[in-house]
Ligand binder design. Structure first.
Ligand code: ADE
Ligand code: ZN
Length: 326
């Protein structure tokens, strides 16, 4: 349809994408075979049937198990290359990609294998599709502060190739304050800062991400809507929220896509963006997310274009590059 073509043709930046969450069942089987790794599924259909989640933790258990097929530099390359092919088809021209090194280093996979595989696919994507990209090293918040510091140390040789650090995994019970010191250390190394906050966690976790982590961007942020003083603060500071509609639906942050607050966020003046989070697990890439909210909330082209503009103003791109797209 006309709106489909408009959405695909709209130049977009994707700011909230976990590369491990782009592992499609077909690639999971191919890598399991290539690496001789056993997986607890009989078929691709069997895998897809397992993707019924009632909350974030339900999903995370399956997502970390799925990542076990990723073993070599070639695997990380192929994973990211597949994402870039899909992103290019969706009109993504810039992507800031989160990766979870601890999911791999804790299984004995060297940090170098992970990041070099990703970097090679990023260079290819630039050459092949004209997509620019950067990396966000995400700390797993269910693990310790010390483990996060160790991960930051491991990343030292590649710091010039990493745009930011992030904070993901199980939110409830792991407040941002746990990582205040490692975020300060990352900032001192010149890295930008993002954190998942207010996906399942309370509005106070968003406040902590701002005050204690000094986050430049909030991933999700949905529950900030419960605190109007916080909303006001986010609006006045021009804080970008990386919102993920199909993720919110699949993880039961909302009960129905028709209840998604994306248009309410825009009406309040929040700098909301639309992203896919873990597209292989949540049933859609970035254009699918735009389409889902356009249909569910009746967004017009002006609102969709605003969301795409917000993705560039919220990106860690040089000012003049971002401005060229707004
Ligand atoms: N890791 C991958 N996707 C995530 C999400 N939506 N929230 C927290 N951690 C994640
Ligand atoms: Zn996420």
């Amino acid at each position: 349809t006309d709106l489909d073509n408009f959405i695909t043709g709209l130049p977009k930046a994707e700011l909230h994408l976990h590369i491990e969450g782009s592992l499609e069942p077909e690639l999971m089987f191919a890598l399991a075979r290539r690496n001789d790794v056993a997986i607890p599924y009989a078929s691709v259909e069997d895998v897809r049937a397992a993707y019924a989640f009632s909350n974030l933790q339900d999903f995370l258990d399956i997502y970390y198990a799925g990542a076990d097929v990723l073993r070599t530099r070639a695997d990380f390359h192929d994973l990211a290359a597949a994402y870039f092919d899909r992103a290019a088809a969706d009109g993504v021209i810039h992507a800031e990609i989160m990766f979870d090194p601890q999911t791999h280093t804790d299984r004995g996979i060297p940090f170098a294998e992970v990041i070099e595989g990703l970097l090679s696919a990023m260079a290819e994507a630039e050459a092949r599709h004209g997509i620019s990209s950067s990396l966000i090293l995400s700390f797993l918040r269910h693990l310790s502060e010390e483990a996060a510091f160790d991960t930051l140390t491991m990343a030292e040789p590649w710091l010039d190739r990493i745009a930011a650090v992030g904070l993901d995994s199980s939110e409830l019970g792991h407040p941002p304050e746990k990582f205040a010191r490692v975020f300060a250390a990352a900032a001192a190394k010149g890295l930008r800062l993002v954190a998942h906050a207010g996906e399942e966690g309370p509005p106070d976790y968003v406040v902590q991400a701002l005050d204690l982590l000094k986050a430049d961007r909030i991933d999700h942020g949905n529950r900030a809507l419960e605190d109007m003083a916080l909303v006001d603060r986010l609006v006045r500071s021009g804080m970008t929220l990386t919102v993920c509609p199909l993720s919110n639906l699949k993880l039961c942050v909302i009960d129905r896509i028709e209840e998604h607050p994306i248009d309410r966020m825009l009406a309040l003046g929040l700098k909301a963006t639309v992203n896919s989070d873990d597209p292989a697990y949540f049933g859609g890439y970035v254009a699918d997310n735009y389409r889902a909210i356009a249909q569910a909330r009746g967004l017009d082209k002006a609102a969709l274009a605003q969301l795409a503009r917000n993705s560039f103003t919220g990106a860690f791109l040089p000012e003049e590059v971002a401005q060229a797209h707004v």
